[in-house]
Ligand binder design. Structure first.
Ligand SMILES: O=P(O)(O)OC[C@H]1O[C@H](OP(=O)(O)OP(=O)(O)O)[C@H](O)[C@@H]1O
Ligand SMILES: Nc1nc2[nH]cnc2c(=O)[nH]1
Length: 177
């Protein structure tokens, strides 16, 4: 597969897998004293597919899991600012939601979904991101669980795409755009 020019590996698959095991253990500990029937893991499609699968398997908790399709980038490297939620999420009424996404960039996607969940009556939303462009978003939303803080470079692989391509690369790559 031809990669974009000036791209390089940011995290290889082994590093990603090890970090996910660590995050999963932290999440397990957090929910250790909770009623598992009250918790639903909600992951944001498409990008979070690989992360959510690996995290869910590593957590090994008997909780519900579902995805919701949300998009705001399309084929662009910048957020359109218009976060579209394609699935109805009105029926997500778990007491506690673990919201899982591949990346926290501007924070707009997560903020929009959190507001919607809260308006449904969800009492607690904990967030879990594999990647966080913390310097770029200036900590606008502090993840409860996160994998790696990364610089402001466009990343792809392990679920993240460039115009629909490269999602199935095992590593996370970065390039300057
Ligand atoms: O913090 P933000 O600036 O809102 O960006 C984060 C979101 O951007 C990507 O989704 P995208 O809209 O590209 O859809 P996709 O997951 O289908 O690729 C990514 O998967 C996150 O959900
Ligand atoms: N693939 C990809 N999607 C994003 N969505 C928000 N930021 C990014 C990024 O750096 N890469």
């Amino acid at each position: 597969m031809k990669l974009p020019p000036n791209s390089s590996v940011l995290f290889d698959s082994q590093t990603i897998r090890s970090r996910i095991l660590e995050i999963a253990e932290k999440v397990r500990q957090y929910y250790a004293s909770c009623d598992l029937g009250e918790i639903e893991m909600v992951w944001i499609a498409e990008g979070a597919r690989h992360f959510a699968d690996a995290l869910f398997n590593a957590m090994n908790l008997s909780i519900k899991m579902r995805s919701i399709k949300v998009s705001s980038y399309g084929k662009s490297f910048e957020s359109s600012g218009d976060v579209k939620i394609y699935d109805s999420i009105n029926d997500i009424k778990a007491r506690r939601v673990l919201l899982v996404d591949d990346i926290l960039d501007t924070g707009l996607t997560a903020k929009t979904v959190i507001a919607k969940l809260k308006s449904n009556g969800v009492e607690e939303v904990k967030t879990c991101f594999l990647l966080n462009k913390a310097e770029k978003n200036k900590g606008c939303l502090k993840p409860d669980f996160e994998g790696f803080e990364i610089p402001d470079k466009y990343v792809f692989g392990f679920g993240l795409d460039i115009a629909g391509e490269y999602r199935d690369l095992p590593d996370i790559m970065a390039f300057d755009y």
